[in-house]
Write a protein that binds this ligand. Structure first.
Ligand code: SAH
Length: 517
């Protein structure tokens, strides 16, 4: 049944077609650990019902309406109980929708996915089950604990630590687990760790057995505590570990000493505010995750097309009249060349022009259009670009694809060098009206470690938005991308802690790593 395309359904009207429900495993937390099939399902969904363990960053992959079905804690959000979820899945599919039921880890590992699948099967609703990486394999891998090992463990048991102790016939057989020659992994057991350990010990498990608790596995807050089984509850309490956590018992835990890797990342556990426009944050977000940090989106400007395209269009019609086109941002490249395509023309119009890019990111954006920059200055600043161009543009017709706002240094230098300069606004950079509520809340409670300031206008924007939100940046350190940016930050009343040597986001992140090292 699973992959059969939806057929005509028995919905109320009788004419619409039954949709399909995908029970998708979201993986353990790191958004990179979603399967390709899961991604496809999210991309085609009309509705996503996701549970409390799912990383909300995954919802960036879908255009669908997304609703959270359960919440830990009581913050006034509606909580659907399991029967309601089951009824909803059937009703939405019968109404012709493609529904993704997104669950943390694997949908069938302590996830009630089987119950939902059974309801769908009984209702005749087509469904597919997309497995996910379950917390045990993922958290163990990120903690450097192999669940099986040629010399240390030949079997694995995934056990619920949540069993109601008052149950008459307990399903978890602690006598069997105590004698189990392999790795034990308890899900949902943090609250009852004392009870679990004492039951294992009284059933005869060696108190010296290596053991660990992995908290928030695969997430930037991952923390692992290791101890002997007997000492584990105390060690976990002392470290203040929080849910979601797994308890792991077995010889394999000792491998961690040699192969722990994720927790060695230089920015693990730190949060870093990304001030770029949201549409351009993906690259920086990815690099932060690689460094172990948690990215926090806090844009100061948004990029929009010019209010009217008529000026751009008329310049595009005369592109062959320019000797040089100068690009000082990725947005400038996209603004000019994107529009060139949209009006029905193509890159052949550039065949007479030489191209200058202010830095590697801009040059890369050109390369994305299969264009090679003829000139990239050694230092990625307007002054350096103006200087590098200075000797070559006397009498030349130069087009600068620029933002609606920016510094005047480049046009001054080019005109002084004798260029015949035309400035063309190809995109607007507009101030955002406020930061997301989650970001403000973090700042208000001092839970943001760093903010990256990647241009003078962004530095001013951070000062403005902090003022609007009525928060101070006292417990947050600021990293600046360049001296010009640092100066703008200071003028706006901000204190810069570190400055990049290389004026790129990579340089900025390297400065943070050095400061943390
Ligand atoms: N279906 C999920 C498990 C749901 S039960 C899966 O396959 O992973 C919820 C339990 O999973 C939590 O109590 C915790 O024990 C474990 N868990 C989920 N995500 C985790 C994470 N990122 N780190 C550690 N444990 C996690």
């Amino acid at each position: 049944m699973a992959s059969v395309p939806p057929t005509s359904g028995d919905s109320a009207g009788g004419s619409s077609r039954t949709g399909c429900v995908y029970l998708v495993g979201a993986g353990p937390g790191d958004p990179g650990l979603l399967t390709l099939r899961g991604l496809e399902c999210l991309q085609r969904a009309d509705l996503v019902l996701y549970d409390g363990l799912v990383n909300p960053l995954l919802l960036e992959h879908t255009q669908a309406t997304a609703e959270r079905t359960r919440r830990r804690g009581d913050d006034g959000h509606k909580v659907l109980d399991q029967d309601e979820i089951n009824r909803r899945l059937v009703a939405e599919a019968r109404a012709g929708r493609t529904v993704v039921r997104l669950k943390g880890g694997d949908p069938l590992v302590f996830g009630r996915g089987a119950e939902e699948a059974r309801v769908l099967a009984e209702a005749g609703v087509p469904f597919e089950i997309v497995p996910g990486i379950t917390a045990a394999t993922a958290a163990a891998a990120y903690a450097g604990i192999p669940m099986t090992h040629r010399d240390k463990a030949s079997a694995v048991a995934l056990v619920t630590g949540h069993e109601d102790p008052s149950k008459e016939n307990p399903a978890v057989d602690y006598d069997a687990l105590a004698g189990f020659a392999g790795t034990l992994v308890f899900y949902m057991g943090l609250d009852q760790i004392g009870e679990i350990v004492s039951r294992l010990l009284s059933a005869g498990r060696d108190p010296a057995s290596p053991a660990a608790v992995i908290s928030q596995g695969t997430l930037p807050g991952q923390q692992t505590v290791t101890a002997s089984l007997a000492e584990l509850p105390g060690a976990v309490e002392a470290a203040g570990l929080v849910a979601p956590s797994l308890i792991v018992v077995g010889e394999c835990v000792t491998e961690r000493e040699a192969i722990s890797w994720f927790e060695q990342r230089p920015l693990l556990g730190l949060s870093v505010g990304v001030t770029r426009p949201v549409t351009q944050a993906a690259g920086v977000v990815g690099r932060l995750v690689q460094l172990g940090a948690e990215p926090v989106l806090m844009p100061t400007i948004e990029i929009r097309p010019p209010a009217s395209s008529s000026e751009v269009d008329s310049v595009l019609d005369q592109l062959d009249g320019f000797d040089w086109i100068v690009f000082t941002s990725v947005n400038g490249v996209a603004g000019l060349l994107g529009r060139l395509w949209d009006i029905g023309a193509d890159l052949r119009r550039l065949s007479n022009c030489r191209l200058a890019a202010i830095g590697p990111a801009t040059a890369e954006a050109l390369a994305g259009y299969r264009l090679r920059a003829d000139l990239v200055p050694e230092s990625y600043r307007a002054e350096a670009l103006g200087e590098a161009l200075g000797s070559r543009v006397e009498g030349a017709r130069v087009l600068w694809a620029r933002a609606s706002r920016g510094r005047d240094v480049l046009p001054e230098m080019l005109e002084k060098a004798g260029a015949n300069l035309q400035q063309l606004v190809v995109y607007r950079n507009e101030d955002v009206e406020g930061w997301p509520a989650g970001t403000i809340e973090r700042l208000a409670t001092g839970r943001l470690d760093w903010i990256g300031l990647s241009s003078p206008s962004i530095a001013r924007g951070v000062a403005r938005l902090a003022g609007l939100a009525d928060v101070t940046l006292d417990s947050t350190r600021l990293a600046s991308i360049s001296p010009v940016t640092s100066q703008a930050a200071r003028e706006a009343g901000l204190e810069v802690s570190v400055e990049a040597e290389n004026y790129t986001w990579d340089g900025l992140l390297a400065a943070i790593v050095a400061a943390e090292g």
